[in-house]
Design a protein around this ligand. Structure first.
Ligand code: AMP
Length: 274
Protein backbone atom coordinates (compact mmCIF):
# COMPACT_ATOMS: atom_id res chain seq x y z
CA UNK A 1 0.00 0.00 0.00
CA UNK A 2 1.24 3.47 -0.88
CA UNK A 3 0.53 6.25 1.60
CA UNK A 4 0.56 9.60 -0.20
CA UNK A 5 0.08 13.09 1.15
CA UNK A 6 0.28 15.34 -1.89
CA UNK A 7 -1.72 15.60 -5.11
CA UNK A 8 1.46 15.00 -7.14
CA UNK A 9 2.29 11.85 -5.19
CA UNK A 10 -1.27 10.59 -5.64
CA UNK A 11 -1.15 11.13 -9.42
CA UNK A 12 2.23 9.38 -9.52
CA UNK A 13 0.99 6.41 -7.45
CA UNK A 14 -2.09 6.05 -9.67
CA UNK A 15 0.17 5.43 -12.66
CA UNK A 16 0.91 1.99 -11.16
CA UNK A 17 -2.76 1.01 -11.10
CA UNK A 18 -4.00 -0.85 -14.15
CA UNK A 19 -7.69 -1.61 -14.11
CA UNK A 20 -10.80 -0.34 -12.36
CA UNK A 21 -10.51 1.87 -9.29
CA UNK A 22 -13.04 2.00 -6.43
CA UNK A 23 -12.81 5.00 -4.13
CA UNK A 24 -13.78 5.39 -0.46
CA UNK A 25 -13.56 8.94 0.94
CA UNK A 26 -13.48 9.22 4.75
CA UNK A 27 -12.53 11.55 7.58
CA UNK A 28 -10.54 8.79 9.27
CA UNK A 29 -10.77 7.25 12.76
CA UNK A 30 -11.80 4.25 10.74
CA UNK A 31 -14.27 1.69 12.13
CA UNK A 32 -16.17 -1.31 10.80
CA UNK A 33 -18.59 0.96 8.94
CA UNK A 34 -15.73 2.39 6.88
CA UNK A 35 -14.26 -1.09 6.52
CA UNK A 36 -17.49 -2.42 4.99
CA UNK A 37 -17.25 0.29 2.31
CA UNK A 38 -13.64 -0.66 1.62
CA UNK A 39 -14.56 -4.36 1.41
CA UNK A 40 -17.36 -3.66 -1.05
CA UNK A 41 -14.99 -1.53 -3.13
CA UNK A 42 -12.45 -4.40 -3.08
CA UNK A 43 -15.08 -6.83 -4.35
CA UNK A 44 -16.16 -4.66 -7.24
CA UNK A 45 -12.86 -3.17 -8.45
CA UNK A 46 -9.31 -4.16 -9.23
CA UNK A 47 -7.89 -1.37 -7.06
CA UNK A 48 -9.07 0.64 -4.07
CA UNK A 49 -8.12 4.15 -3.05
CA UNK A 50 -9.12 5.44 0.40
CA UNK A 51 -8.81 9.06 1.45
CA UNK A 52 -8.56 10.31 5.02
CA UNK A 53 -9.15 14.04 5.21
CA UNK A 54 -10.86 16.00 7.99
CA UNK A 55 -12.31 18.63 5.72
CA UNK A 56 -12.35 22.06 7.41
CA UNK A 57 -14.92 23.60 5.07
CA UNK A 58 -17.71 21.29 6.22
CA UNK A 59 -17.34 22.14 9.91
CA UNK A 60 -19.30 25.12 11.24
CA UNK A 61 -17.95 27.70 13.66
CA UNK A 62 -17.92 26.10 17.14
CA UNK A 63 -18.05 22.50 15.86
CA UNK A 64 -15.44 19.85 16.63
CA UNK A 65 -12.93 20.43 13.80
CA UNK A 66 -9.97 20.69 16.20
CA UNK A 67 -10.97 17.79 18.41
CA UNK A 68 -12.31 15.48 15.68
CA UNK A 69 -10.67 12.09 16.35
CA UNK A 70 -7.48 11.59 14.34
CA UNK A 71 -5.94 8.10 14.33
CA UNK A 72 -3.49 8.11 11.49
CA UNK A 73 -1.44 5.10 12.49
CA UNK A 74 -4.44 2.87 13.20
CA UNK A 75 -6.11 4.00 9.95
CA UNK A 76 -2.98 3.11 8.02
CA UNK A 77 -2.95 -0.41 9.52
CA UNK A 78 -6.65 -0.97 8.85
CA UNK A 79 -6.23 0.05 5.21
CA UNK A 80 -3.11 -2.04 4.78
CA UNK A 81 -4.84 -5.15 6.19
CA UNK A 82 -7.91 -4.52 4.05
CA UNK A 83 -5.77 -4.57 0.91
CA UNK A 84 -6.10 -0.91 -0.03
CA UNK A 85 -3.76 0.13 -2.86
CA UNK A 86 -3.42 3.84 -2.12
CA UNK A 87 -4.16 5.73 1.09
CA UNK A 88 -4.43 9.45 0.38
CA UNK A 89 -3.96 11.66 3.46
CA UNK A 90 -3.64 15.24 2.25
CA UNK A 91 -3.25 18.43 4.28
CA UNK A 92 -5.76 21.27 3.89
CA UNK A 93 -3.12 23.25 1.95
CA UNK A 94 -3.00 20.50 -0.65
CA UNK A 95 -6.75 20.53 -1.07
CA UNK A 96 -7.53 24.26 -1.07
CA UNK A 97 -6.36 27.55 -2.52
CA UNK A 98 -7.09 30.87 -0.83
CA UNK A 99 -9.77 32.21 -3.14
CA UNK A 100 -11.77 29.34 -4.54
CA UNK A 101 -14.99 29.11 -6.45
CA UNK A 102 -17.56 27.33 -4.39
CA UNK A 103 -20.23 24.72 -4.84
CA UNK A 104 -23.58 25.35 -3.18
CA UNK A 105 -25.89 22.67 -1.89
CA UNK A 106 -29.35 22.87 -3.50
CA UNK A 107 -31.56 25.56 -1.95
CA UNK A 108 -34.18 23.22 -0.48
CA UNK A 109 -32.70 19.76 -0.10
CA UNK A 110 -29.39 21.15 1.13
CA UNK A 111 -30.99 23.26 3.85
CA UNK A 112 -33.48 20.96 5.55
CA UNK A 113 -32.80 18.46 8.37
CA UNK A 114 -28.98 18.23 8.68
CA UNK A 115 -28.66 21.25 6.42
CA UNK A 116 -30.96 23.28 8.65
CA UNK A 117 -29.14 22.25 11.83
CA UNK A 118 -25.72 22.76 10.19
CA UNK A 119 -26.21 25.51 7.58
CA UNK A 120 -23.36 25.49 5.08
CA UNK A 121 -22.17 22.02 6.08
CA UNK A 122 -23.29 20.45 2.83
CA UNK A 123 -21.67 23.20 0.72
CA UNK A 124 -18.29 22.29 2.20
CA UNK A 125 -18.99 18.56 1.99
CA UNK A 126 -19.92 18.75 -1.71
CA UNK A 127 -16.89 20.93 -2.44
CA UNK A 128 -14.45 18.41 -0.99
CA UNK A 129 -16.26 15.36 -2.39
CA UNK A 130 -16.16 16.89 -5.88
CA UNK A 131 -12.41 17.46 -5.52
CA UNK A 132 -11.77 13.97 -4.14
CA UNK A 133 -13.89 12.19 -6.75
CA UNK A 134 -12.06 14.06 -9.51
CA UNK A 135 -8.66 13.27 -8.02
CA UNK A 136 -9.40 9.59 -7.49
CA UNK A 137 -9.92 8.74 -11.16
CA UNK A 138 -12.39 6.11 -9.93
CA UNK A 139 -15.46 4.95 -11.81
CA UNK A 140 -17.19 3.90 -8.58
CA UNK A 141 -17.24 5.61 -5.17
CA UNK A 142 -18.69 4.13 -2.00
CA UNK A 143 -20.74 6.05 0.57
CA UNK A 144 -22.68 4.95 3.65
CA UNK A 145 -26.46 5.17 3.91
CA UNK A 146 -25.76 6.32 7.47
CA UNK A 147 -25.31 9.84 6.06
CA UNK A 148 -28.42 9.54 3.92
CA UNK A 149 -28.86 13.22 3.10
CA UNK A 150 -25.17 13.55 2.22
CA UNK A 151 -25.53 10.54 -0.07
CA UNK A 152 -28.60 12.00 -1.80
CA UNK A 153 -26.83 15.33 -2.36
CA UNK A 154 -23.70 13.66 -3.73
CA UNK A 155 -25.85 11.67 -6.14
CA UNK A 156 -27.53 14.89 -7.20
CA UNK A 157 -24.16 16.62 -7.70
CA UNK A 158 -22.91 13.75 -9.87
CA UNK A 159 -26.10 14.00 -11.94
CA UNK A 160 -26.21 17.81 -12.16
CA UNK A 161 -22.52 18.12 -13.11
CA UNK A 162 -22.58 15.11 -15.48
CA UNK A 163 -19.73 13.50 -13.56
CA UNK A 164 -18.51 10.19 -14.92
CA UNK A 165 -18.64 8.19 -11.70
CA UNK A 166 -21.13 5.82 -10.11
CA UNK A 167 -22.09 6.40 -6.47
CA UNK A 168 -22.66 3.15 -4.58
CA UNK A 169 -24.80 3.35 -1.40
CA UNK A 170 -23.64 0.95 1.34
CA UNK A 171 -25.66 -0.40 4.29
CA UNK A 172 -25.28 0.98 7.82
CA UNK A 173 -23.02 -1.06 10.11
CA UNK A 174 -24.11 -1.20 13.77
CA UNK A 175 -22.60 -2.51 16.99
CA UNK A 176 -24.05 -5.57 18.74
CA UNK A 177 -26.64 -3.39 20.51
CA UNK A 178 -27.82 -1.62 17.38
CA UNK A 179 -25.91 1.65 17.74
CA UNK A 180 -24.84 2.87 14.29
CA UNK A 181 -21.04 3.04 14.22
CA UNK A 182 -19.61 6.54 14.00
CA UNK A 183 -16.18 8.04 14.61
CA UNK A 184 -17.91 10.45 17.02
CA UNK A 185 -19.17 7.59 19.24
CA UNK A 186 -15.86 7.80 21.11
CA UNK A 187 -17.19 10.99 22.71
CA UNK A 188 -19.93 8.94 24.45
CA UNK A 189 -19.65 7.76 28.05
CA UNK A 190 -21.04 4.28 28.87
CA UNK A 191 -24.23 5.85 30.22
CA UNK A 192 -24.59 8.01 27.10
CA UNK A 193 -24.03 4.97 24.89
CA UNK A 194 -27.06 3.35 26.53
CA UNK A 195 -29.16 6.45 25.95
CA UNK A 196 -27.86 6.67 22.37
CA UNK A 197 -29.56 3.33 21.70
CA UNK A 198 -32.89 5.17 21.76
CA UNK A 199 -32.16 6.29 18.18
CA UNK A 200 -31.94 2.78 16.72
CA UNK A 201 -34.72 1.59 19.05
CA UNK A 202 -37.01 4.31 17.69
CA UNK A 203 -36.24 3.17 14.15
CA UNK A 204 -37.00 -0.44 15.12
CA UNK A 205 -40.29 0.78 16.58
CA UNK A 206 -41.05 2.51 13.28
CA UNK A 207 -40.32 -0.70 11.36
CA UNK A 208 -42.63 -2.66 13.64
CA UNK A 209 -45.43 -0.10 13.18
CA UNK A 210 -45.04 -0.20 9.40
CA UNK A 211 -44.96 -3.99 9.36
CA UNK A 212 -48.23 -4.00 11.25
CA UNK A 213 -49.72 -1.91 8.43
CA UNK A 214 -49.41 1.65 9.79
CA UNK A 215 -48.34 3.94 6.92
CA UNK A 216 -49.39 7.34 8.32
CA UNK A 217 -46.12 9.26 8.75
CA UNK A 218 -47.37 11.38 11.68
CA UNK A 219 -48.50 8.32 13.65
CA UNK A 220 -45.20 6.52 13.01
CA UNK A 221 -43.29 9.64 14.10
CA UNK A 222 -45.29 9.91 17.32
CA UNK A 223 -44.48 6.26 18.15
CA UNK A 224 -40.80 7.00 17.56
CA UNK A 225 -40.90 10.06 19.80
CA UNK A 226 -42.22 7.91 22.67
CA UNK A 227 -39.02 5.84 22.46
CA UNK A 228 -36.84 8.91 21.96
CA UNK A 229 -37.81 10.34 25.35
CA UNK A 230 -34.63 8.62 26.62
CA UNK A 231 -32.48 10.87 24.43
CA UNK A 232 -31.46 14.31 25.76
CA UNK A 233 -32.50 16.46 22.90
CA UNK A 234 -34.18 15.13 19.82
CA UNK A 235 -33.37 17.46 16.94
CA UNK A 236 -35.64 15.94 14.35
CA UNK A 237 -37.57 12.87 13.29
CA UNK A 238 -38.36 12.93 9.59
CA UNK A 239 -40.01 10.69 7.05
CA UNK A 240 -39.02 11.48 3.47
CA UNK A 241 -38.85 9.81 0.10
CA UNK A 242 -35.48 8.82 -1.39
CA UNK A 243 -35.14 12.31 -2.86
CA UNK A 244 -35.82 13.92 0.52
CA UNK A 245 -39.32 15.20 -0.20
CA UNK A 246 -41.49 15.03 2.95
CA UNK A 247 -44.05 12.21 2.98
CA UNK A 248 -47.47 12.09 4.64
CA UNK A 249 -47.88 8.43 3.77
CA UNK A 250 -45.01 5.96 3.89
CA UNK A 251 -44.21 4.48 0.48
CA UNK A 252 -42.68 1.04 0.84
CA UNK A 253 -39.50 0.89 -1.26
CA UNK A 254 -39.17 4.68 -1.48
CA UNK A 255 -38.94 5.95 2.11
CA UNK A 256 -36.17 6.96 4.50
CA UNK A 257 -36.93 7.51 8.18
CA UNK A 258 -34.36 9.71 9.87
CA UNK A 259 -33.59 10.74 13.40
CA UNK A 260 -31.05 13.14 14.92
CA UNK A 261 -30.43 13.78 18.60
CA UNK A 262 -27.79 15.25 20.83
CA UNK A 263 -26.59 12.74 23.40
CA UNK A 264 -24.18 14.48 25.75
CA UNK A 265 -21.58 16.15 23.55
CA UNK A 266 -22.09 14.67 20.09
CA UNK A 267 -25.01 14.93 17.72
CA UNK A 268 -25.93 11.48 16.49
CA UNK A 269 -27.85 10.62 13.34
CA UNK A 270 -29.40 7.37 12.23
CA UNK A 271 -31.94 6.20 9.68
CA UNK A 272 -33.63 3.24 8.04
CA UNK A 273 -34.57 2.73 4.42
CA UNK A 274 -38.05 1.31 4.12
P1 AMP B 1 -16.90 9.79 7.71
O1 AMP B 1 -15.50 9.33 7.96
O2 AMP B 1 -17.74 9.83 8.97
O3 AMP B 1 -16.97 11.05 6.89
O4 AMP B 1 -17.58 8.65 6.84
C1 AMP B 1 -16.99 8.22 5.63
C2 AMP B 1 -17.96 7.31 4.94
O5 AMP B 1 -18.26 6.19 5.76
C3 AMP B 1 -19.31 8.00 4.61
O6 AMP B 1 -19.74 7.59 3.33
C4 AMP B 1 -20.20 7.48 5.71
O7 AMP B 1 -21.57 7.48 5.35
C5 AMP B 1 -19.68 6.07 5.88
N1 AMP B 1 -20.04 5.54 7.19
C6 AMP B 1 -19.84 6.11 8.40
N2 AMP B 1 -20.36 5.36 9.38
C7 AMP B 1 -20.91 4.27 8.78
C8 AMP B 1 -21.61 3.12 9.25
N3 AMP B 1 -21.85 2.93 10.55
N4 AMP B 1 -22.02 2.21 8.34
C9 AMP B 1 -21.78 2.39 7.02
N5 AMP B 1 -21.13 3.46 6.50
C10 AMP B 1 -20.69 4.38 7.38
Amino acid sequence: MRVVRTIDALQEAKKNLFGSIGFVPTMGALHKGHLSLIQQAKKENKHVIVSVFVNPTQFLEGEDLESYPRKEEADRKICELAGVDILFMPSADQMYEKDELSIGAPAVRGYILEGEKRPGHFDGMLQVVMKLLNLSGAKKAYFGKKDAQQLALIMQMVKNYFMDIQIIPCDIVRDENGLALSSRNIYLSEEEKCRALSLSKSLKRATKCIMSGELDAEIVKSKMLEVLKEADAVEYVAIVDRKFNGLKKIEIGNTIILVAARIGKPRLIDNIWV
